[in-house]
Design a protein around this ligand. Structure first.
Ligand code: Z5A
Length: 220
């Protein structure tokens, strides 16, 4: 019988370094002989990526918090059933850049969407398909926004994303909600200080994995 893969998610505010750490973790785990699928939310399948474009693009029509929450879960339902669950069942480790904690933090903490409703949607959409470990890359809001700003300038991009245009106060609420989630009883969230160099952050992330799953991946 195939051993189920582990489901690892990365969370944090914009510019926290999730994408950078996700790539480093994939490389480290593959070097240990594991099969790893690196994916992201919203997105991760062709249809969910189409939804991502619609959700993130700041169009002319208002997308209220209820619609935003439902669309995040619609994309997640497609992603879980077509990619995440089958990969885990085949023994593949899945690293996902954001998952339901992002809805809890952004739509719940940031936009004030009812927490109980979010939990009900989570149960309906992915049931027991929950992360085995979540790495919360935590840093002050101004530092995250500055990194994102610098990256945008380097790439010559303008702000056309509905989250990038949010205020610092919004991201403060998102960060506070992530930190609250990390202290809930039974939480699988490990907070990592993301203010340090990419190498130091990736190192901590790998240590968090080896602490949690020592048998399959061995020492760092
Ligand atoms: N969203 C939601 O509201 N609800 C949900 O349920 C879900 C998502 C699933 C997705 O946008 C948006 O959707 C997101 C939340 C919302 N919006 N926000 N904010 P996205 O995927 O495009 O954006 P993101 O998730 O915020 O990713 P990001 O901005 O690309 O940030 P990141 O992945 O955490 O960081 P990065 O790309 O690795 O690094 C950012 C820059 O900093 C880059 O230039 C790096 O080279 C640099 N960097 C990275 N690490 C370091 C360190 N350690 N030191 C210095 N510089 C660094």
């Amino acid at each position: 019988m195939t051993t189920r893969g582990k489901f690892i998610t990365l969370e944090g505010i914009e510019g926290a370094g999730k994408t950078t750490v996700a790539r480093a973790l994939k490389e480290s785990l593959e070097a240990r002989g594991l099969t790893v699928d690196l994916t992201r939310e919203p997105g991760g399948t062709p249809f969910a990526e189409q939804l991502r474009e619609q959700i993130l693009h700041r169009g002319e029509e208002t997308l209220d918090a209820t619609a935003e929450t439902l669309l995040m879960f619609a994309a997640r339902a497609v992603h879980v059933s077509n990619r995440i669950r089958p990969a885990l069942e085949a023994g593949t480790w899945v690293i996902c850049d954001r998952f339901t904690d992002a809805t809890r933090a952004y739509q719940g903490g940031g936009r004030g969407v009812d927490r109980d409703w979010i939990e009900a949607l989570a149960r309906g959409v992915h049931g027991d398909c929950e992360p085995d470990l979540t790495l919360l890359l935590d840093l002050p809001v101004e530092q995250g926004l500055e990194r994102a700003r610098a990256r945008r300038i380097a790439a010559g991009q303008a702000i056309d994303d509905r989250f990038e245009s949010e205020s610092s106060a919004f991201f403060e609420r998102v960060r506070a909600e992530y930190l609250r989630l990390a202290t809930r009883a039974g939480s699988v969230i490990v907070r990592i200080d993301a203010t340090r160099s990419p190498e130091a952050v990736a190192d901590d992330a790998l240590h968090a994995l080896t602490d949690r799953f020592s048998a399959p991946i061995g020492p760092v």
